[in-house]
Design a protein around this ligand. Structure first.
Ligand code: 5AD
Ligand code: SF4
Length: 470
């Protein structure tokens, strides 16, 4: 089947759906997602395509008719986890011969043939740019097609979609740009996600307005591998997009991720001071505090340029908090280059960092560099970076104590034996707090919280005022 016409799907008396010539009885799908927010967002989109094919979600592999892996290739650890889970899935095929198993996402994009050859239990593989065709692939597999791969690229300059959400929460991810043209020397993403393509501002603004009006969305996170390149190919920009979204009446919060420091324009930095709904948090990955390492990473900026961006952002919005990504032990990184990263942590005063050991990815430029660093050295440097940052972070966060923040309450749960609510500030910090009466459901309500204690890893607060759902 080339394309399923969803409008023509009939429901039969026995509860099955009739699609083309095939009956689709009620079935269950089990999904495992690895990696970044983009992958989780893709999984949600995949599931919206499977509902019309009579699938519902299960979290038990044993009762599933279809196992779906949405994979991540960013570091070797993510690959190894997936290979091991896929390996284990052969038992599901032994106990249930009818089960179908599929792998999609970043590893499947570049390794579909190897996966299909190596794992006999795998029925099909699909790449990152074809997720809207998952219905057709599932149809094909039930029609009897065996061991096929769909990994084609959308070759158009820009793209058009409508955001699909299945959950009832007021927080939604909205894809605005896909792919990456940067080719940082260590990164597999340009190979797994293809060339940069943006949606248009008009389409996104209409999309978000619809989510706000009809789905109760109040907070959007604009997603892309490099959102700062948004709109480049059609003369639009992220700054303009945010300015337009800021005008949507009942939208309360706009976040965006992930940014590249080279592309963050003066205009965008100014928007951090003018857009009322823009979050007070920015994730701006630096990767290293050494100019020579940044050059070998092909990052296109210097430490000085990066720090100047931070100063300008903080001038535009004095409440802004910044987080970053750091790679420890890039090939041949010297002790001095490593210490330059610690030095940068002092200067940047990050609210939190994600830090990783360098992982060599096949096909990238840095994978071809002769590298003298050992895993022990990498591990030690990573631990040093993390310990160093924790001290800084404790100080950065201590300054919150006594201040009041507007928080969107996300959930209720047990933390260290105590029942507490959990909410998030505009600056993305999680705050735990108790309410007088646990029977009042505060989920997705806005509250004003006064911070009573803040350490490097946790913030506690108390309710000043319950503001309600909007
Ligand atoms: N090794 C380690 N970390 C990597 N990242 C990307 N590629 C690699 C790699 N090969 C990190 C970067 C990026 C984050 C999403 O993952 O810090 O910002
Ligand atoms: Fe990878 Fe660099 Fe693109 Fe980020 S900007 S996805 S690190 S190539």
């Amino acid at each position: 089947m080339d394309q399923i016409n969803y409008e023509e799907i009939k429901t039969l008396e026995n509860g099955s759906k009739l699609i083309g010539e095939l009956e689709f009885p009620k079935r269950k799908v089990w999904v495992k997602t690895y990696g970044c927010q983009m992958n989780y967002h893709d999984t949600e989109r995949i599931l919206t395509h499977l509902t019309p094919l009579n699938f519902t979600l299960t979290d038990t592999k044993e009762e599933a008719d279809l196992l779906l892996f949405n994979t991540c290739a960013i570091r070797d650890l993510a690959n190894q986890k997936f290979y091991s889970h896929l390996g284990e899935s052969k038992h599901n095929k032994i106990t249930n011969k009818e089960i179908k198993i599929a792998a999609g996402g970043c590893i499947a994009q570049t390794e579909s043939k190897e996966l299909l050859n190596k794992y006999p239990q795998l029925d099909f593989a699909f790449g990152t740019d074809v997720i809207d065709n998952i219905g057709e692939m599932v149809y094909r597999t039930y029609a009897g097609d065996k061991k096929f791969a769909v990994t084609s690229w959308d070759r158009s300059e820009n793209y058009s979609i409508e955001t699909q959400i299945t959950h009832g929460s007021p927080q939604a991810f909205v894809n605005i740009i896909k792919g990456c043209d940067k080719f940082c020397s260590y990164c597999i993403v340009p190979f797994t996600r293809g060339r940069e393509k943006s949606r248009s501002i008009t389409e996104i603004v209409n999309d978000v307005a619809r989510l706000v009006e009809h789905k109760g969305v109040q907070e959007v996170t604009l997603l892309g591998q490099n959102v700062n390149s948004f709109g480049k190919k059609n003369g639009e920009s992220l700054a303009e997009l945010i300015t337009e979204l800021d005008k949507i009446d009942d939208l309360k919060m706009i976040r965006y991720t992930t940014s590249h420091p080279y592309d963050i324009s003066d205009e965008l930095m100014a928007v951090h001071g003018t857009a009322k709904k823009l979050s007070n948090h920015l994730h701006l990955p630096v990767q290293s505090g050494s100019n020579t390492v940044l050059q070998r990473m092909l990052r296109q900026y210097s430490v000085e340029h990066y720090l100047d961006r931070l100063t300008k952002l903080r001038e535009a919005n004095p409440d802004i908090v910044i987080s970053t990504d750091i790679i420890a032990g890039f090939p041949n990184e010297t002790e001095e280059e490593h210490r330059a990263t610690l030095d940068l942590l002092d200067k940047a005063q990050y609210d939190f960092i994600y830090s990783y050991n360098y992982s060599s990815r096949k096909g990238t430029k840095s994978a071809r560099m002769k590298d003298i660093l050992t895993n022990d050295i990498r591990g030690r440097r990573l631990r040093e970076i993390q310990a160093y940052q924790l001290n800084i972070q404790a100080d950065v966060r201590a300054s919150m104590v006594g201040k009041t923040y507007r928080v969107l309450v996300e959930s209720f749960g047990t933390k260290k034996g105590e029942k507490k609510w959990k909410g998030r500030t505009s600056c993305f910090r999680i705050v735990h707090f108790k309410a007088e009466n646990d029977d009042v459901d505060l989920t997705w309500q806005w509250v004003n919280l006064k911070i009573t204690s803040a350490t490097a890893l946790s913030c506690q607060g108390e309710i000043v005022q319950i503001l309600g759902k909007r």
